[in-house]
Design a binder for this molecule. Sequence first.
Ligand SMILES: NC(=O)c1ccc[n+]([C@@H]2O[C@H](COP(=O)([O-])OP(=O)(O)OC[C@H]3O[C@@H](n4cnc5c(N)ncnc54)[C@H](O)[C@@H]3O)[C@@H](O)[C@H]2O)c1
Length: 337
Amino acid sequence: MKILITGAAGFIGFYVSKKLIEQGNKVIGLDNINDYYDVNLKFDRLKELGVAKEDAELYNKKAKSSTSSFEFIRLNLEDRDNVPLFFKKEKFDIVCNLAAQAGVRYSLENPEAYIDSNVTGFLNILEGCRNNDVKHLLYASSSSVYGLNSKIPFSTSDNVDTPASLYAATKKSNELMAHTYSHLYKFPTTGLRFFTVYGPWGRPDMAMFLFTDAMLNNKPIKVFNEGNMERDFTYIDDITEGIVRIINKNLEERKDLYRVYNIGNNNSVKLLDFIKSIEENLNITAKKTLMPMQAGDVEKTWANVDSLIKDYNYSPNTPINEGVKNFITWYKKYYNK
Ligand SMILES: NC(=O)c1ccc[n+]([C@@H]2O[C@H](COP(=O)([O-])OP(=O)(O)OC[C@H]3O[C@@H](n4cnc5c(N)ncnc54)[C@H](O)[C@@H]3O)[C@@H](O)[C@H]2O)c1
């Protein structure tokens, strides 16, 4: 299959590209390599996929990889001229949209970036799929769509009408837009609500990375809501496995065009237990600065993954201690600590 992975220089897109290449698909990666976090990490992920930095740097020019089954293009999703041309030229079988402006807290500072990438950018993806007979569109949604919901665990049958941040509102918008396009133009779309993804090559703006970095540099860590938070942490390999299973399953068995799944560990971990696991793995006691709840954040997430189990016989299950250990091993090696 010829598959477009947007956000291929990002955390999840990198892993999904790698796995699909290993399975013998032709993968085209797209990313604008923005500087929301350290671009070196993004270029290094691309290097792992066989693309040299000097080739990846050029805009709107396809960079070859040392792996013949991967190519990369640096493009902005919101580019209304070049995204349609790119889709027309490439004729993808499957599109997996993982590019987005991520992060809850940054959406209070720079709301425009979320509308550009996540709403205008996503519209370009939908139009590209509609006009070029793409057989299946998968796209990243987020556990943040559950917003202020208090019923746990979160189920895809729950109403999600109370987003707590603009980030969450753009992800919910993606689901609504996908529904419209599935309904009007009769192509299958699958939204994936990811729950706090972590692991090697992870994002520097997320807790796992921030805590490890601070602890190794003898700095205090910020513990929001005085530690009264819980997250359904999901290990990157489990997320990748879930996405790839959905990509590979025969669509002929599927009658309904519009679907949304939770992909989480079905297990909520207390923030203080998560910190304890990092402390044990680093053999360092964290200096904790207790902070109030951050605007836009929610106290607890927990995924009900029954429909993923029913339809794909799959449920993420990597224990937190194992995932934390793998992250720390990678972090120390990558940063020479
Ligand atoms: N990591 C998580 O815990 C998590 C949780 C829920 C949802 N998600 C969603 O999963 C997807 C992947 O997340 P990630 O953790 O890999 O994030 P990431 O930031 O590492 O990857 C996203 C990539 O998209 C690229 N990008 C952003 N805007 C773009 C644009 N306008 N045009 C082209 N490229 C653009 C960025 O350069 C980045 O490399 C995102 O949609 C995110 O919102 C992630």
